[in-house]
Structures are given as structure tokens and as C-alpha cells.
Design a protein around this ligand. Structure first.
Ligand code: PEP
Length: 267
């Protein structure tokens, strides 16, 4: 029953793509092509395009959320080039916390991620926490251990009730599938969603973590979305490369809409 109520979400991570002059138009086009009932849509452009995307969506489709791709773990200070959670006020309602590209390029650790989450929540941002194993870890059969450790490391210092009130979303993104054209199988993604929720249970989340949406991310396209949405434990996708392509987003959100409609019908 709880699964039937869980929100279906498609979030697009534009990564380091788009300049402000083009971002508003792209967001408008994607919004117009993805108006599907029951699917929560979010666009996460670079910081420099947040204002342009926000303005375009406010005018054309305020139902689409705007997210930042990162947030700093301190409120202010001598952190050149960084952006804190309070600085995102009025620009973003969501934030991606700890994308694997930031673990890789900025050396973000689970402890740091916990602090980022805390700052995001204090600022009223809805967090999408990314977790996922490296290829070598999967080949060694360590994927569940790694992802459970990441979830625990990021969440253990916060009260589950606070995280639930902030409407935390978790994205399972196997690192070997990001930007590679390779995807996990739906079955593997579902197994990882189960491992994530088992960890949430250990941490004391309500209903065994069944209230927390778990997305899949890693080379999702309109062609592969069905594989993931066919799994009852998967609640949508965090989309990278394909999120810059309106046709792809239209197909991805349309498929997510089928699940949203089925869930609404089974409540
Ligand atoms: C991502 O950026 O989170 C992602 C999943 O990228 P891609 O879809 O390009 O693999």
C-alpha cells in the first residue's frame, strides 16, 4: 500500500551543460513535452543557469521543480567558488547531494555528505542523495555493502523524522553506469533499492524506509526506462545525458507516468 502511494519522480541532471542564454528555452521545451499527470519533474541545471531556468519555469510550468547539483557543507566563509544552502534561496527547491562525479572529482566523503544534507534540509531544500558502487566493487560482490555504508554514512547523524519531513529522495546510481551507455538491469536496481531500504530500517525510518522514494540513475534513456519502472521498488529516475534532450525526456516521463497512474489506481 505504501509503495502504491510513493511519488514517481524524474529528475534531470544537466551537469556542466548549458549557458543561461539557452537554458531557459531548453527548460521550457522540456516542461512542455513532459506534462504527464502524477510525475514530479525536476530540472537541475548548473548554478549559473538556475535563475534562467527558474524564471522560464515560473512563467510556463511552475509544476517543474528546480534543483541545484551541489551545495556546500558550511553556511558561509572562506570557500572560494563554493555556494552555500542559504544562497540557493529563491533559486532552487531541490538539491543533488553527493553525485558520484563529486565523490570522484572533489573527494567528497560520507561524513561531508551528511553535513551537506543537514545544510540543505535546514535551508528547506529537498535533497536527492546519490549512492552507488564502482565497477570493481560490483565485480567483487560488494555492491550492497558499499551502498549501505554510503547511506549510513550520510544519514546516521540526522534523525529519521527530520529526513522524512524533508522528503529525502535516494538515487541508486552505479558509478559504472553513469555516462557510459551501460545500465544496471531492473532486477539489480530493485535488489539495490531493497538494500537501501534495509539500511533505512536499521536507521529507524518509518515503515522500513518504504516512504522514501528510490530512483535509478545511470544512462537512463526513453528506451531503457521501462526496465526500471517495471520494478515496484523503483520510483523514477535521475537522468543525466538524456535530460538535455526533449524527445528523450518526453519518453522517459511518459513511461514514468504509466507507473504513476497504476499506483494511483491501486490506492
Ligand atoms: C547522472 O548524472 O546522475 C546520470 C545518471 O548520468 P547519465 O544518465 O548520463 O548516466
Amino acid at each position: 500500500m505504501i509503495q502504491a502511494m510513493r511519488e514517481v519522480i524524474v529528475a534531470g541532471n544537466w551537469k556542466m551543460h548549458t549557458v543561461p542564454a539557452e537554458a531557459g528555452q531548453l527548460a521550457r521545451t522540456i516542461a512542455a513535452r513532459t506534462r504527464i499527470p502524477g510525475v514530479t519533474r525536476v530540472i537541475c541545471p548548473p548554478y549559473t543557469s538556475l535563475a534562467a531556468v527558474g524564471a522560464a519555469l515560473a512563467e510556463h510550468d511552475p509544476d517543474v521543480g528546480v534543483g541545484a547539483q551541489n551545495v556546500h557543507h558550511e553556511l558561509q566563509g572562506a570557500y572560494t567558488g563554493e555556494v552555500s544552502a542559504p544562497m540557493l534561496a529563491g533559486l532552487a527547491g531541490w538539491v543533488i547531494v553527493c553525485h558520484s562525479e563529486r565523490r570522484r572529482d572533489a573527494g567528497e566523503t560520507d561524513a561531508l555528505i551528511g553535513r551537506k544534507l543537514q545544510r540543505a534540509i535546514e535551508a528547506g531544500l529537498r535533497p536527492i542523495l546519490c549512492v552507488g558502487e564502482l565497477l570493481a566493487e560490483r565485480e567483487a560482490g560488494q555492491q550492497e555493502t558499499v551502498v549501505s555504508r554510503q547511506v549510513r554514512g550520510a544519514l546516521a547523524d540526522q534523525a529519521p523524522a527530520t529526513l522524512e519531513a524533508a522528503r529525502l529522495v535516494i538515487a541508486y546510481e552505479p558509478v559504472w553506469a553513469i555516462g557510459t551507455g551501460r545500465t544496471a538491469s531492473g532486477r539489480d536496481a530493485a535488489a539495490m533499492a531493497a538494500a537501501i531500504r534495509a539500511t533505512l530500517t536499521e536507521l529507524g525510518f518509518t515503515d522500513g524506509g518504504e516512504r522514501v522514494p528510490v530512483l535509478y540513475g545511470g544512462s537512463v534513456t526513453s528506451a531503457s526506462m521501462d526496465e526500471f519502472m517495471a520494478e515496484p521498488s523503483i520510483d523514477g529516475a535521475l537522468v543525466g545525458g538524456a535530460s538535455l534532450k526533449p524527445d528523450e525526456m518526453a519518453g522517459i516521463v511518459t513511461r514514468a507516468g504509466l507507473t504513476a497512474t497504476a499506483r494511483a489506481g491501486s490506492v
